[in-house]
Design a protein around this ligand. Structure first.
Ligand code: ZN
Length: 280
């Protein structure tokens, strides 16, 4: 199943068409998409019964983040070996965790204000929590995942690396968490632990890797995080970015207004975000 947020209404996407969930279920589910993650088994059952013939064409530009108001957003740093090396950092022994404050979530085709001339890209696989996860073992972790989405962990490097390491603020400027284009349930993927992912700036591929290169896998992240704090339905985990970031290049390369950033994960889809000047 593919669940999207079309202009604030939950829709199930079938090919290039969408079914409005509230309309199809006589108001039992939706239209608010965030509330659905706490009722995930009901959503799955309803989606299996939908009349595919009722699907309507839609404008992708109207898609918002498929998880618009998560209670918690976890993000993991240095979770691909080659990215840790390009960053000049030691490999972490536990997941290096920070947050992206939820108000920076953005739609899959939303514009992103570039606040400074040191704004960087980070394509990531994003986990959406379904069932509450409290002290979950690795072997049961996927049972607590509603689905997966494509995300960008946009990063303002000057603030991120400022004295005091303002990781969370540097990664939470307005619109710095594009997410989408929809949430795909793991059963749609041949192997949810091995997905190609990458991103391109103005058509030039700058990152390309596979999630099988994650140092801490999705089940390990769910286990490690839920050992500390319960994960709630609709929470997000940005799982880390592979090598190819702009700040690690010689010379460094950053995003500018007018740049188009396209990001993809195999089996999920692509998101596309245009960089704009502050206040544009
Ligand atoms: Zn990241």
């Amino acid at each position: 199943m593919r669940l999207a947020n079309l202009a604030g209404r939950a829709v199930v996407v079938v090919g290039d068409r969408a079914i409005d969930l509230a309309t199809a279920t006589d108001g039992k589910l939706g239209p608010d998409v965030q509330s659905l993650y706490a009722r995930w088994p009901e959503v799955r059952a309803a989606a299996a019964d939908l009349d595919v013939g009722a699907a309507q064409p839609f404008d992708p530009a109207l898609l918002g983040p498929p998880v618009p108001r998560p209670a918690q957003v976890f993000a993991i740093g240095l979770n691909y070996r080659a990215h840790a090396e390009e960053s000049g950092m030691e490999l972490p022994e536990v997941p290096a965790t920070f947050t992206k404050f939820p108000a920076c979530l953005n739609g899959p085709f939303g514009n992103v204000e570039v606040p400074t001339d040191t704004t960087d890209w980070e394509v990531e696989l994003v986990v959406v929590v379904g069932a509450p996860a409290d002290r979950v073992a690795e072997g049961e972790a996927w049972d607590h995942v509603a689905g997966l989405a494509v995300g960008q962990d946009l990063s303002e490097r000057t603030v991120q690396f400022a004295a005091g390491r303002q990781f969370s603020l540097g990664k939470s400027f307005r619109g710095f968490a594009p997410l989408g284009p929809w949430v795909v349930t793991p059963d749609e993927l041949d192997d949810p632990d091995d997905l190609a992912l990458g991103c391109a700036v103005n058509g030039e591929t700058v990152q390309a890797s596979r999630t099988s290169d994650l140092i801490f896998t999705v089940p390990e992240l769910v286990a490690e995080l839920s050992a500390v704090v319960p994960l709630l339905p609709g929470d997000l985990v940005f799982t880390g970015t592979p090598a190819g970031t702009g700040f690690a290049r010689t010379p460094p390369r950053y995003l500018r207004p007018g740049d188009v950033l396209e990001s993809w994960v195999e089996g999920i889809g692509s998101i596309r975000n245009t960089m704009v000047a502050p206040g544009a």
